[in-house]
Design a protein around this ligand. Structure first.
Ligand code: ADP
Ligand code: MG
Length: 448
């Protein structure tokens, strides 16, 4: 078999193992170039690709290689483009931003409903709102960068759009861009695969204000982080406003480069917490008025007291009951609301705090072992791994100390718990299938 045939065979196996999209994106562009006694060298477009392959498929590909060749060979990469060089290109030597790009940035519309006036302030979000408002009135000068974090549905996207709307109102020529981190990553990948990195850089580095939503999406995306790092520095150095949102504080953005995190920490960090009852009532009243809906006070109170942790869910419920009563002609009462929302509210009621016992139960079920084994002294492989997974999840999903976790797992030492956590973390980064499994377990633990 020649090297092309070998690669085709391996690629075919990979295609069967991987989701088609990932295969098309990451594996298809790989070209085999050389096979020696110990090395199999391939060309990939740039380091971005090799990072991904190294992280997700290297071990697998090497395994397939040795199966096909009956000897151990390691996978090596050549690059078509030098990513460092691309990323470091300065503004001076890249072509000017095309007119249309500037136009789209100048015309970018923010959600008109998301303005500061419609954002209800309370002690749970006052600081976040105040910093955004200050930044909107004095972009890049006072508070930069601003990092806002908090749970889902608590108004982070609302605040970013409000800032965009306000700056636009003050200055029609301001180059503002709202983008989710996910979109940033996709555009970055696109620019690399289509050789348009200059355009990409121009777009992001010539802004007056960058509003980037849900930055946690950059976790594990090394090259995108790098690109973002350069973008960030370029904007920051030119005193352009940057506002970032995240579902967790900077320190907890695990697997995001330390230097990026410390940049986030240079500025202002503000959190948004779930609003208290009065605020929830005010938000619902405002929403009903805004949509010109008539909703009796007791129904508003009922909703606000039942749904506590997510404003989006609360608003969604309001719309649902109003629509139901309008469509069916049923009067809008607490009883109607109860009935329509029974599923949502039941889930909200039973959202109990996560306990180690619940984690042990779900992990045991997932790995088909007995929950008793979680707390036993047995050391067989079938039990050791699930137990380590459960220890890791207890550490990350509850506030329990490693010492107390050790006790709940049959009196293990806290170093055993630490070791388990490190091992699982490593496995999660090196094996995407394992990672997916763990995420599934986490979902289950959180939703029970
Ligand atoms: P996040 O981005 O934090 O997940 P969003 O900004 O998308 O949350 O907010 C979800 C919904 O809740 C939006 O419709 C938003 O307008 C509304 N909302 C959240 N917090 C407030 C608030 N303090 N005042 C008014 N509306 C709010
Ligand atoms: Mg959001």
């Amino acid at each position: 078999m020649d090297i092309q045939q070998i690669w085709q065979k391996i690629a075919k196996t990979l295609e069967e193992q991987m989701p088609q999209e990932s295969f098309d994106l990451w594996i298809k562009p790989i070209q085999p170039v050389e096979l020696t006694e110990k090395k199999f060298t391939v060309t990939v477009p740039n380091k971005f690709f090799s990072d991904w392959v190294n992280q997700h498929q290297k071990a697998n590909i090497e395994k397939l290689l040795s199966e096909n060749l009956d000897r151990k060979v390691s996978l090596n990469f050549n690059f078509l483009q030098d990513l460092e060089a691309i990323l470091k290109t300065t503004k001076e030597n890249i072509e000017p931003v095309p007119e249309e790009e500037i136009k789209t940035i100048l015309e970018q519309e923010f959600n008109p409903k998301y303005i500061f006036d419609t954002f209800i302030e309370s002690h749970s979000n006052r600081f976040a709102k105040a910093t955004c408002l200050a930044a909107a009135n004095n972009p890049g000068k006072q508070y930069n960068p601003i990092f806002i974090y908090g749970g889902v549905g608590l108004g982070k996207t609302h605040l970013l759009n409000a800032t965009g709307n306000e700056i636009r109102q003050n200055n029609k020529q301001a180059k503002l861009l709202y983008v989710t981190a996910e979109r940033f990553v996709n555009e970055f990948i696109d620019s690399l695969t289509h050789n348009m990195s200059a355009l990409f850089q121009n777009k992001f580095r010539n802004l007056d204000c960058l509003l980037i939503d849900d930055i946690q999406f950059l976790i594990n995306k090394t090259s995108s982080q790098e690109s973002f790092f350069y973008t960030f520095n370029e904007l920051f150095d030119h005193r352009k406003q940057i506002i970032i949102t995240s579902d967790r504080p900077p320190k907890e953005l695990s697997n995001i480069e330390e230097r990026l995190i410390s940049r986030f920490e240079w500025g202002i960090i503000a959190d948004v917490k779930p609003p208290d009852l009065e605020t929830r009532i005010a938000i619902l009243r405002r929403k009903a008025e805004g949509e010109r809906l008539f909703v009796p006070d007791d129904v508003i109170l009922y909703l606000a007291s039942q749904i506590k942790t997510n404003v989006r869910k609360m608003e969604g419920s309001l719309i649902r009951i109003v629509a139901f009563s309008a469509l069916t002609g049923t009067p809008l009462t607490i009883d109607t609301a109860k009935e329509i929302l029974s599923d949502i509210i039941r889930r909200e009621e039973i959202a109990k705090p996560i306990t180690i016992e619940r984690i042990q139960k779900i992990v045991a079920k997932h790995f088909h072992i007995d929950i008793k084994d979680m707390r036993s002294k047995k050391r067989t492989d079938e039990i050791a791994l699930p137990r380590q997974v459960a220890m890791y999840l207890s550490r990350t999903l509850t506030e329990t100390s490693t010492i107390a976790i050790g006790e709940d797992f049959g009196g293990k030492d806290h170093t055993t718990v630490l070791h388990a956590c490190n091992k699982i973390k490593t496995l999660m980064t090196s094996d995407p299938f394992f990672n997916a499994n763990i995420n599934k377990i986490i979902q289950e633990i959180k939703s029970e």
